[in-house]
Design a protein around this ligand. Structure first.
Ligand code: DGL
Length: 280
């Protein structure tokens, strides 16, 4: 019998700097279709990827403080940049398990590369943090890693450019030239936006390079953790997705459909000044 404080019925709370984390929501909904998801996209302050670690940490902790007011059973940091800069602070403040993007992505890459070179692409802040290098080293000591920041890809994807757009091809060719030459066994798409460029990246890197979607790896980890803890939502129908955004809900709903692969029927505005205070 489900009671009001039945942990299984609590939502999973997810945040990102903006729209990109909806690619992670897509994977979460695939792995955990019965779960209610509450998503916060901090579109007023996006991008995080060009900001200092201190600022990213402050924003991430404010995002988490807002979501924890919903009494979730799990917090998912659906942003590689926030994961890289703030995971320790988020774990320290959260009474529930925190799933980040870096550790699951690194583990999936170590398995796929099987000792060969691992490539990482991400925002400036993610690459500068060396968080993927540390997670890969912890998972498989002695691994060789090659990381490249790709700052233009976030605005290009947000502008709606498809994987076969010549501008996308041109920019990717430039960023991935060295990576192509070094032929990694696995390449981590270490940014929420990059799964939308999957086909273009796969074409450039060729069939021998295994692409790793950190969001998918994180969703699998979330599913395994909830299953092991007996906290999967027992319902057989689909869970609800409720979104909050710190700017322009109309734009969020329109663009978000492309990232999340579904209509966003519940999108509400929350001001950044309200984040610390939590939902009204
Ligand atoms: N969501 C961010 C990430 O995964 C990309 C956008 C940003 O720079 O804020 O790193």
């Amino acid at each position: 019998m489900a009671s009001n404080d039945d942990r299984r019925l609590r939502p999973i709370c997810v945040f990102d700097s903006g729209l990109g984390g909806l690619t992670v929501v897509r994977e979460l909904a695939g792995a955990l279709p019965g779960e209610d998801i509450i998503y916060l996209g901090d579109t007023a302050r996006v991008p995080y990827g060009i900001k200092s670690p201190e600022t990213i940490r402050r924003f991430a902790c404010e995002d988490a403080a807002f979501l924890l007011r919903f009494n979730p059973k799990m917090l998912v940091v659906a942003c590689n940049t926030a994961s890289a800069a703030a995971v320790d602070a988020l774990v320290a403040m959260s009474p529930v398990p925190v799933i980040d993007m870096i550790r699951p992505g690194a583990a999936a890459a170590c398995e796929a590369a099987n000792g060969s070179l691992i490539g990482v692409i991400g925002t400036e802040a993610t690459v500068r943090s060396k968080a993927y290098e540390r997670a890969i080293e912890a998972c498989r000591p002695g691994s060789r890693v090659c990381s490249v920041p790709c700052p233009l890809l976030v605005p290009i994807v947000e502008e709606g450019r498809d994987a076969d757009d010549p501008i996308v091809t041109h920019v990717l060719c430039d960023y991935l030239r060295d990576m192509q030459r070094r032929r990694p066994g696995a390449l981590i798409l270490g940014c929420t936006h990059y799964p939308l460029l999957w086909d273009a990246i796969a074409k450039l890197m060729g069939p021998d390079v295994r692409l790793i979607n950190s969001g998918l790896a994180a969703a699998r980890q979330a599913q395994q953790m909830l299953d092991a803890q007996g906290e999967l939502n027992p319902r057989s129908s689909l869970g609800a997705l409720r979104c909050f955004t710190t700017d322009n809900p109309e734009r969020f709903a329109v663009l978000g459909k492309r990232f999340g692969g579904r209509d966003l029927t519940s999108v509400a505005y929350v001001g950044t000044d309200e984040l610390e205070g939590g939902p009204r």
